[in-house]
Write a protein that binds this ligand. Structure first.
Ligand code: FES
Length: 320
């Protein structure tokens, strides 16, 4: 299986973490302890939703000290194609799911002198885990958490209890704003910035970092990018000799998997580069939605990230 080893799990607990955010506690069906992970990791959850198979990445919040369960945070996304809605509305204690082994594309940099952890909305999930790890390891860190208000924010009470005045909250409803220019100015050399949340927050943080002359190795972002759906089209897999349809509510990767072809992936969110596939020909326009390909690569039209990108046209032929 191209996303790595899979673990069959059972839902051992479900609780509300904030408005629209649920925490699912998952235990291995075998009863074996689940492997440890470093903060910032996610798992890909396979969800069978009304006859459709959806695989979505969700951030890991915590592992029980004895390894008996993982907790994942799931936002009931308004743009959901069904995965997070299905988890929220239909999955309860005792139900069975399948997850991948933890994958970490957003880990704390061990050599960092200071760590600025910035969260917005459901981006608090990995940031919460990273703050706990930074505290456990005695690191120099601050948390900056932008939210509409505290009622709609996950983990804010837990963070306040655990991290005291290292936590800074910015409540939009009260007119409080996180000013990245001020935050990023005057930080000691060797400081790393980690930001997770809505696109606009991430873009503002990275832009401010670049403008302040931070090296790109010190700027880290995790974008929650779920494939958005779009018009249906046909995909021809040249090496497999298969042609199949990509439905409106399905990603290219999901359609390829449904056709029985193994395709590589790690994040399923347009960030890691693992699912890159060569484009042999197409009509219409390649709708790139990833954060991996360069502008030049996109303009070249020779590659596509099949987890989030698709075709605005009738037929796409891939080197797969
Ligand atoms: S699986 Fe990571 S970019 Fe597609």
């Amino acid at each position: 299986m191209s996303g790595g080893v899979e673990i069959p799990v059972r839902v051992a607990g479900v609780e509300d973490a904030a408005q629209g955010v649920k925490l699912f506690r998952l235990a291995a069906r075998s009863g074996a302890p689940l492997p440890p992970f470093s903060a910032g990791a996610h798992v890909v959850v396979t969800i069978d939703a009304g006859g459709r198979r959806i695989r979505n990445p969700y951030s890991l919040v915590a592992r029980a000290p004895d390894g008996s369960s993982y907790s994942i945070g799931v936002l009931r996304s308004p743009q959901s194609r069904g995965g997070s809605k299905h988890l929220h509305d239909h999955v309860s204690v005792g139900d069975e799911l399948v997850i991948t082994m933890p994958i970490n594309l957003f880990a704390l940099v061990r050599t960092g002198r200071k760590h600025l952890l910035v969260a917005g909305g459901v981006g608090a999930t990995p940031i919460y885990a990273m703050a706990e790890e930074a505290k456990r390891e005695g690191r120099n860190y601050e948390i900056h958490y932008a939210m509409r208000d505290e009622a709609s924010a996950a983990f804010v009470d837990e963070m306040r209890r655990s991290h005291g005045d290292r936590l800074h909250v910015y409540r939009g409803a009260l007119g409080e704003r996180l000013a990245f220019d001020a935050l990023l100015t005057g930080q000691p050399l060797g400081t790393h910035l980690y930001v997770c949340g809505p696109e606009r927050l991430i873009d503002a943080a990275l832009e401010a970092g670049r403008a302040a002359g931070w090296p790109k190795e010190s700027l880290h972002a995790e974008r929650f990018l779920a494939p958005g759906g779009g018009q249906p089209f046909r995909v021809r897999l040249a090496r497999a000799g298969i042609t199949t349809q990509v439905r409106a509510d399905q990603s290219l990767l999901e359609a390829i998997e449904e056709a029985g072809v193994d395709a590589p992936y790690l994040c399923r969110g347009g960030a890691c580069g693992q699912c890159e596939v060569g484009v042999l020909c197409h009509d219409g326009e390649l709708a790139h939605a990833d954060h991996y390909l360069t502008g030049e690569e996109r303009a070249g039209g020779g590659k596509i990230m099949i987890c989030v990108s698709r075709l605005k046209g009738r037929e796409l032929t891939l080197d797969l």
